[in-house]
Design a protein around this ligand. Structure first.
Ligand code: PGA
Length: 263
């Protein structure tokens, strides 16, 4: 049974002080929920990915709680002359246990290519960070019917050279680019269909048992009003949330929706 994971990707929002404020609010919600028969954190994994400059403050504020912390990117070296970059070792030292890799904003705006992303996944694993590997098609690719092939190609490229052990920690986020930050989301059925095909690819590459362990999230305009529809789908194991994860109250509503489903 895969435990769903709801992750807030803050992108380039929030200072350290604002991150601490969010943490305090989220923790007070969690405390209120602690008296429930089954506390929310037992049913859903909770992850927040702040920008690098707020990661340490957020991790300090949530240390020892059920809230996990992730980076939004890394550079695939332990250290070195890489101006402006952050290493997996540094993320780990600041309290991160996850790292987002290959978000479409990095692929498109910063030109990150498959080969580099493959190195990043390997570096995350080497330093004990769990990768959240993002894949997703453009609107043109969807219209041409290329969604499944394109996303499977992205998976294959990012996971090249890795054996089935990667399935023990890997999280995949299926994020159709046209649904990110646009308010236009893929329907739960469409997301399920693509995600099932991604799992099928994983099963072909690593065997069905390994593929069954991988959590695959949907991302793209997820909000409190629509999150339950995705989580009710058999292959969707959580969500990667941008805009709606910037307020603790709305993030909390989504966590509650997930727990209500008993997924
Ligand atoms: P959104 O972003 O929820 O604001 O659409 C999702 C993401 O980019 O991870």
């Amino acid at each position: 049974m895969r435990k769903p994971i709801l992750a807030a990707n803050w992108k380039m929002y929030k200072t350290a002080a604002e991150a601490k404020e969010f943490a305090d609010q989220l923790l007070s919600y969690l405390q209120e929920g602690a008296s429930l028969k089954q506390p929310i954190q037992e049913q859903v994994e909770i992850l927040v990915c702040p920008p690098f400059t707020a990661l340490s403050a957020f991790a300090a504020a949530t240390q020892g709680t059920a809230v996990a912390v992730g980076g939004q990117n890394l550079y695939p070296r332990k250290e070195g002359a890489f101006t402006g970059e952050v290493s997996p070792l540094m993320l780990k030292a600041e309290g991160a246990s996850y790292v987002i890799i290959g978000h479409s904003e990095r692929r498109q705006i910063l030109g990150e290519a498959d080969e580099l992303l493959n190195e990043k996944v390997k570096a995350a694993l080497e330093y004990g960070l769990k990768p959240i590997l993002c894949v997703g098609e453009t609107l043109e690719q969807r219209r041409r019917g290329e969604t499944a092939d394109f996303c499977r190609g992205q998976l294959a490229a990012a996971l090249a050279g890795l054996d089935q052990a990667v399935c023990d920690t890997l999280v995949v986020a299926y994020e159709p680019i046209w649904a990110i930050g646009t308010g236009e989301s893929a329907s739960p059925q469409d997301a399920q269909e693509t995600i099932a095909l991604l799992r099928q690819w994983l099963a072909e590459a690593y065997g069905p048992a390994a593929a069954a362990k991988v959590r695959i999230q949907y991302g793209g305009s997820v909000k409190p009003e629509n999150v339950a529809g995705y989580l009710a789908m058999p292959d969707i194991d959580g969500a990667l949330i941008g805009g709606a994860g910037l307020q603790a109250s709305s993030f909390w509503k989504m966590l509650q929706a997930a727990a209500d489903l008993g997924v």
